[in-house]
Design a protein around this ligand. Sequence first.
Ligand SMILES: [Zn+2]
Length: 492
Amino acid sequence: MASARRGISGTGGGTGAVARAVWCEYAWLEAEGVCDAVRVEIDADGTVVGVLPGVPAQDGDVVLRGVAFPAAANAHSHAFHRALRGRTHDRGGTFWTWRDTMYRAAGALTPELYEELATAVYAEMVTVGWTSVAEFHYVHHQPDGTPYGMGDGAGAGEPHAMELALARAAVRAGIRLTLLDTCYLAGGFGTPLQDGQRRFSDGTAAAWLERLASLRSTISSLYPDHQVSLGAAIHSVRAVPEEDLAVIGEHLPTELPLHVHLSEQPAENEDCLRSTGRTPAGLLDHHGLVSERLSAVHATHVSERDVALLADARSVVVLCPTTEADLADGIGPAGEFHRAGARLALGTDQHAVVDPWLEMRALEHGERLRTGRRGHFDPEGLHGIAALGGAAAQGRRGAGFSPGCPADFMAVDPHSARTAGSSWEQLAYTATGQDVTGVVVGGILVAHDGVHVTLGDPARLLVAAIDRLDTATNAMNGPRASENYTQPWERH
Ligand SMILES: [Zn+2]
């Protein structure tokens, strides 16, 4: 542990003037390991302008106890899936219950219910150390498929009602949101949408692009980019017909981040090859969609050629290790992607687990299980993936203790039952979200010791939100349970 080093200052991307400061009992400075008494100076935009180790706290400083690290950036979330946690993990190999439960919940969501649920989910997320989230959002129409703000039904609401509900939820929770509005047009290759999927669809890629442009101007008129920004998603190559992929490749603004579920299951590859003669990655590339702005989510079952394609393009590969384990997806070739030059990021996806610490080590553990060897990603690498990779997936600057970085930090207790005795450089292998003592976003304390500063205990919020959604789900005649077996990759 180093106790003192020269301070670092600079204007980076911020305004330069010190507006506030965070004092860390200890902080993990990338180049030098854990240093003590680190005062981080921050400008009015929430950007780091100076890092001063070995100095005392000053009045008014936010104080972080324990060891502070760059905060994590969640690169893949479906907020409403949180309502399914603990309800879908049994029944062995039959997955239809998951899908039915998910569609029933999706069918019952209203903007009001979704705002309440997402506020609770994002509060849980930020309290354990995620300070930004890429929300892969496809419940964007009314249940019958009519856009919000249109039609004369009681629930017509305002245009973009669901997206604005998510934005308000993120702002309330103090988490940065990258809203990935998702194109979702088909139930599979050559398969129309089913009833439960109707509210996910714009009908055509052209109509989706039109709504996306309108949403983009609405969001940018209401929120600064660092708080809520817009990105795009293609649900998957099976949910967007090839002719629509071509339209997206031609017309999607190039500056928007683009995410896609990719090769989560072998069956998707087989169907894609059969229908198009290409792998999912190859198909996207054929339409000009593989580039640096692309994030491929899962990428579990990919060929060597797919790995090279994504890596050469400097795409981001978003791994969701706890979800992939829960859904028996398999273990993707994270090491191969990393060595080939792809950037990696982590996401919590279905939210059966919402904990950056568990995702970080599940990534390393997956590699160990897959290869029979230890030591693929060291702690520095894991923190880099969690912080910088996730930010890159969102088109954001990464967090860190350097001028120009957003002042987003998470601190953990190195003396908990889980972490006691750990080398402080190795806390990535032992800490959990329960050990997080404080989370700072833009230099402002958002949560400490499991409690959200303005919203209180996330558990209380989750209980209330899930209860209200359950009541609404049970009250409506939603999609009926399918008796058919459904492939895992058809479930989200
Ligand atoms: Zn997903």
